[in-house]
Design a protein around this ligand. Structure first.
Ligand SMILES: [Zn+2]
Length: 254
C-alpha cells in the first residue's frame, strides 16, 4: 500500500489558477504531511484510481483529508455532494411574501463560489426548490408562495447558470428528502457526506439536515452560506444542527 506522501506526489496540479490544498494524514501527527500545489486533489485522486495508481480500497483505508478554502476539511474517500436549499427568487428577492430580506442576500456570493468550487472538483450539486401546487396544505401556515412554474419559484439568476451542471430537486415540504428521489440519487453516486447552503437556516435547511442525518449522511453546513428572515431562529438552527445532528459548521460567522 502506498503512503500519503506517495499519493501526494502523484497528484499533478491541473491548473495554476486553481486554489491550493493541504493534504493531511487522518491519524498521523497534527501537522501538514505534504503540501500539494495548486490543483484539484479530488480530480487527481479520482484520476489516479482510474489509472490504477491507487487502489480505491487504499484511499478508503487512508482517508486522507484535504483543506478546501470554502468547504473546510474534506475527508477523501467519502463522496461529497453540495445541497443548495431553496435558493429561489421567492425567498431571496424583495417583493415576494416569504422573502428573507436584504441581509439574506449576503450569502449569495459565498454560495456561488461554493458551487463553482464544487463543480471544479467534480462534486455533484443539487438545487432543491419549493414547487407547490395551488392549494398546497402549507398555505394554511404560510401565504401562498413558490407555486410550480412561476417566476417566484425560479432559482435566483445568480445561480441559474449552474443549473444545467447540477440536479434540480422539486420539493413539497421543508425536507428535500420527503417524497423526492434525492436519497436514491445520492446513493447511486456513493455520496456519504453533504455540505449545505441555502434558506431558511431554521426551516428547510434544518429539516433537510435532519432527514440527511436519519439516512446516515455526515453533514457540513456553511454558516456563511445559510440565512433566515429571523436572526434568532438562524442562530438556533445552526446550534441545533451542530448539537443534535452532529453537523460541522464551516465558513465564517455571519
Ligand atoms: Zn413552501
Amino acid at each position: 500500500m502506498r503512503n500519503h506522501s506517495q499519493i501526494g506526489n502523484e497528484i499533478k496540479p491541473e491548473s495554476a489558477t486553481q486554489p491550493s490544498f493541504l493534504l493531511l494524514p487522518v491519524n498521523g501527527p497534527n501537522r501538514p504531511h505534504s503540501l500539494v500545489g495548486a490543483g484539484s486533489i479530488a480530480w487527481g485522486i479520482r484520476r489516479a484510481i482510474t489509472e490504477g495508481k491507487i487502489a480505491q480500497e487504499a484511499v478508503a483505508t487512508l482517508r486522507p483529508q484535504i483543506y478546501h478554502p470554502l468547504m473546510g476539511v474534506i475527508e477523501m474517500g467519502r463522496e461529497q455532494a453540495l445541497i443548495l436549499v431553496d435558493m429561489q427568487r421567492g425567498f431571496l428577492e424583495d417583493g415576494y411574501p416569504l422573502s428573507c430580506g436584504t441581509e439574506a442576500r449576503e450569502i449569495i456570493p459565498v454560495v456561488r463560489r461554493t458551487v463553482e468550487e464544487a463543480l471544479d472538483q467534480g462534486i455533484p450539486v443539487f438545487f432543491t426548490a419549493d414547487a407547490h401546487e395551488q392549494n398546497d396544505r402549507e398555505f394554511a401556515i404560510y401565504p401562498p408562495h413558490c407555486i410550480r412554474g412561476t417566476e417566484e419559484a425560479e432559482i435566483i439568476p445568480e445561480l441559474a447558470p449552474y443549473l444545467d451542471r447540477g440536479t434540480l430537486i422539486e420539493t413539497v415540504t421543508y425536507s428535500a428528502f420527503f417524497e423526492t428521489d434525492l436519497h436514491r440519487r445520492l446513493q447511486e453516486l456513493g455520496v456519504e457526506e453533504l455540505t449545505f447552503c441555502g434558506v431558511c437556516t431554521d426551516i428547510c435547511v434544518l429539516h433537510t439536515v435532519a432527514d440527511a442525518y436519519f439516512r446516515g449522511y455526515r453533514i457540513m453546513v456553511r454558516r456563511d452560506g445559510v440565512a433566515s428572515f429571523d436572526p434568532d431562529a438562524h442562530r438556533f438552527g445552526l446550534q441545533h444542527m451542530k448539537t443534535v445532528f452532529g453537523a460541522r459548521l464551516v465558513g465564517e460567522e455571519r
